[in-house]
Design a protein around this ligand. Structure first.
Ligand code: TTP
Ligand code: MG
Length: 355
């Protein structure tokens, strides 16, 4: 089955957060980085707004150079605590849409939404994600949709800012063909130079190059490079494995508003999540539900209990309470239960369970 992977990357992230915090910076060149000290500063540019990019300023450039290119820009220091907080909220939004979710930096993440979504639905989801990130965080992001990670990442970068690019399944190689080789993750300026000397400038040219030749020059990486150029990338979206929470979900074959069906399904999920909890030897204190409606609007509700427990009946009861408000005739596409605030209190709990 073809996978559906979204790569979401925030636009000029630090600078956009600054523009959001201080609307008078909107529409202006904003440079976030070290102090330019009137052109004598020694640090670098972390990032800059798209208005500043028009002057040739970019991430990693010496701040003194940025100052020369646009002395009238708004120069701001890096407020990492703020960006991390905004990042956390954004990642929470993104996570709620994914079957598998992997954050890869402060402002980008991969979402695998293969389960039960068609490509057309994926495009809708991307639109909803953009709208939600705008509505709740006042920021724009760019999204690439493709059947593998590499293509999704490249796609998200091609139409920035506020971009959306869809690579149809089976057309990955065709999509990559005209792009410059440095678009491929892992090909930096050094590899690009070597390839240029071999007269290889586009990914298409790279794909047509003999794999053996690439292996001779680049070793193992040559094989991978060749595969990527052919649009082959089987790497998975790797959900963080640290068990900070345990969750289970169910996507309905057909969206439903039938309360009985919803409650039965919720009980089934409760049993599955309880089984996983027992297998991993945890008790929990916080229980949450996720309810995704037919239009992909997704709600979460959670409650923290007074005590740690591993009682299936409590999971069933609380998940019913938390989701009841959504079982009012609206059609539902997916239900999920998440247990968090976990504790490895196996021995105490087993003793208690017996009485
Ligand atoms: P990027 O996503 O690479 O850049 P960006 O979000 O600013 O702009 P774009 O619209 O092109 O995605 O990086 C995310 C943040 O990471 C960026 O806002 C600032 C920080 N960063 C640095 O501090 N130094 C760097 O060299 C780069 C590239 C990014
Ligand atoms: Mg970004």
């Amino acid at each position: 089955m073809e996978r559906i992977i979204l790569h979401v990357d925030m636009d000029s992230f630090y600078a956009s957060v600054e523009q959001r915090e201080n609307p008078s910076y909107k529409g202006k060149p904003v440079v976030v980085g070290s102090d330019p000290k009137g052109g004598h500063g020694r640090g670098v540019v972390s990032t800059c707004s798209y208005e500043a990019r028009k002057f040739g300023i970019h991430s990693g450039m010496p701040i003194s150079r940025a100052y020369k290119l646009c002395p009238d820009a708004v120069f701001l220091p890096v407020s990492m605590v703020l960006y991390k907080e905004v990042s956390r909220s954004i990642m929470e939004i993104l996570h709620s849409f994914a079957d598998k979710f992997q954050q890869v930096s402060v402002d980008e993440a991969y979402l695998d939404i293969s389960e039960g979504a068609s490509l057309q639905e994926a495009v809708e989801i991307a639109g909803i994600i953009k709208a939600q990130v705008m509505e709740w965080e006042g920021l724009t992001c760019s999204i690439g949709i493709a059947s593998n990670r590499t293509a999704a990442k490249i796609a998200s970068d091609l139409d920035k800012p506020d971009g959306l690019i869809i690579v149809e399944p089976g057309r990955v190689a065709e999509f990559l063909e005209p792009l410059e080789v440095r678009r491929l993750p892992g090909i930096g300026s050094k590899n690009e130079e070597i390839l240029t000397s071999m007269d290889i400038r586009t990914i298409g040219q790279l794909a047509r190059c003999e794999q053996d030749l690439l292996v001779n020059i680049f070793g193992k990486w040559g094989t991978r490079m060749h595969q990527l150029a052919h649009g082959i990338d089987n790497s998975e979206v790797a959900e963080m494995t640290e068990s900070k929470s345990i969750s289970k979900e169910h996507t309905f074959q057909v969206d439903t508003s039938d309360a009985e069906e919803l409650y039965i399904s919720l009980d089934g999920i409760a049993e599955r999540v309880h089984r996983a909890l027992m297998q991993q030897g945890f008790s929990f204190r916080t229980i949450g539900v996720k309810v995704r409606q037919e239009d992909f609007t997704t709600f979460s509700r959670a409650r923290t209990l007074d005590i740690y427990t591993r009682d299936l009946d409590i999971i069933k009861r609380e998940s019913r309470k938390l989701s009841r408000e959504f079982f009012d005739g609206r059609k539902i596409r997916l239900l999920g239960i998440k247990l968090s605030n976990l504790s490895k209190s196996r021995i105490i709990q087993t003793t208690l369970d017996r009485f």
